[in-house]
Design a protein around this ligand. Structure first.
Ligand code: PMP
Length: 427
């Protein structure tokens, strides 16, 4: 049994010694002390089904034995030297990651987080094109560093600082967007924005194919193809942010962008790539990467032996355990069961997503789509009592985000749906 500090004590010291903007879930914050595959355990040994995976970060499973073993074995041998010396782990990992990419996406940069990956991608876009303006979608989350905050497009996360030239275009959101699922209307708005709101030239466009923090919003089908064409014509490059929707999670494809039939110029990743390790990456073409050669590009911890060994093990495990087809199967079962709940409960306004990246949006009025904020919070607490941890998201915090470790089973999915049925009936 756990013998460490308890919740009240940890919370008090967190308040005293950590920044005031840290947020937490639940009225009485949860002290999680152990994880095993799709389960988390609190200080009392109570087990929770983890349907949020540390904000979509645990891919293989908490403390997956094979990933853990790779990290431990490498740690015993050598933890760190930096890339000024050779080490096989970074080359092994880069080669395997590149083999997962389509087209000419073959040059890998390792960093330590999603924000860093998007920072670097933005730098590349600006250097390669000679343009400055970046375009992202409203409702996007691309990071919290002082440059990626500009790409992020939800006021909850944006500090009022100068952001450089960043434009936020209309989000092709099939549920709340004014053009519904009509990708070409959103694309026309993007073109309009470039024509009227920029010099006509842009450096780049960045998008998540399924918006994570925004509440599992899947972009209208066909949008990225149209948008990429428009951006290329305006002299820009296209960046896919795969921080949440990559690594087999969507089930239908290994990468989120593949569901829209596009090949980006730059792909950024983090979270699931490391199953909990601080790791991120940018993958691009040799041509774009060549602009970086004009200076030294360096990242002390990027691709260190421990993270590289762990990241390589993640890719191996996802393959070996056939997680992509598993996500497709479990995800479609989950989505189909959630959709049938919509016939019983009016509060469910929308069920969306792909594979194990699912959003359930709650509304008090289906026609007006009024966010059911208070009800969502009540159900979120209720889920914790039942023993399931889900995420919350969207601008109004009225979306449940079901994005579990990829070892999540059909039974787990059934448990979540039954719990939702119960939680709604108790409102
Ligand atoms: N992109 C997306 C899509 C994300 O969800 C996040 C993190 N929530 C980031 C980028 C930033 O990643 P990090 O917190 O590792 O900097």
């Amino acid at each position: 049994p756990y013998k460490g500090p308890l919740a009240d004590d940890v919370f008090a010291r967190r308040k005293k010694f950590l920044g005031p903007s840290l947020f937490h879930f639940y009225q009485k914050p949860l002290n999680i002390v152990e994880g095993k595959m799709q389960y988390l355990f609190d200080e009392n040994g109570r087990r929770y089904l983890d349907a949020f995976a540390g904000i979509v970060t645990i891919s293989c499973g908490h403390c997956h034995p094979e990933v853990l073993n790779a990290i431990m074995e490498q740690s015993k041998l050598l933890q760190h030297t930096t890339t000024i010396y050779l080490h096989h782990a970074i080359a092994d990992f880069a080669e395997t990651l590149a083999s997962k990419m389509p087209g000419n996406l073959k040059v890998v940069y390792f960093v330590n987080s999603g924000s860093e990956a998007n920072d670097l991608a933005m730098l590349m876009a600006r250097l390669y094109t000679g343009n400055i303006g970046m375009i992202s979608l409203r409702n996007a989350y691309h990071g919290g560093s002082s440059s990626t905050i500009g790409l992020t497009a939800m006021n909850t996360w944006k500090y009022p600082i100068p952001e450089g030239e960043v434009h936020h275009v209309m989000n092709p959101d099939p549920y709340r967007g004014i053009f519904g699922s009509d990708a070409s209307s959103y694309a026309r708005e993007l073109q309009d924005h470039i024509d009227y709101g920029t010099s006509g030239k842009v450096a780049g466009f960045i998008a998540e194919t399924i918006q994570g923090a925004g509440g599992a919003v899947e972009l209208a089908p066909g949008y990225l193809k149209l948008a990429y064409d428009i951006i290329h014509k305006a002299g820009g490059v296209c960046i896919a942010d795969e921080v949440q929707c990559g690594f087999a999670r969507t089930g239908s494809h290994f990468w989120g962008f593949e569901s829209q039939g596009v090949i980006p110029d730059i792909v950024t990743m983090a979270k699931g790539i490391g199953n909990g390790l601080p790791l991120g990456a940018v993958v691009t073409t040799p041509e774009i990467a060549s602009v970086m050669a004009q200076k030294l590009q360096f990242n002390t911890f990027g691709g260190n032996p421990v993270c590289s060994a762990g990241g390589l093990a993640v890719l191996r495990v996802l393959d070996k355990e056939k997680r992509q087809s598993h996500c497709a199967e479990v995800g479609s079962h989950l989505i189909q069961r959630l959709r049938s709940l919509m016939h019983v409960h009016d509060i469910i306004g929308d069920v969306r997503g792909r594979g194990l990246m699912v959003g359930i949006e709650f509304v008090t009025d289906r026609k007006e789509k009024t966010p059911a904020k208070a009800e969502t919070t009540t159900m979120h607490e209720r889920f914790r009592e039942i023993g399931i941890l889900v995420g919350k998201g969207g601008m109004h915090g009225n979306v449940f985000r079901i994005k579990p470790p990829l070892c999540f089973t059909k039974n787990d999915a059934d448990f979540v749906v039954d719990a939702l049925d119960y939680a709604i009936s108790k409102l």
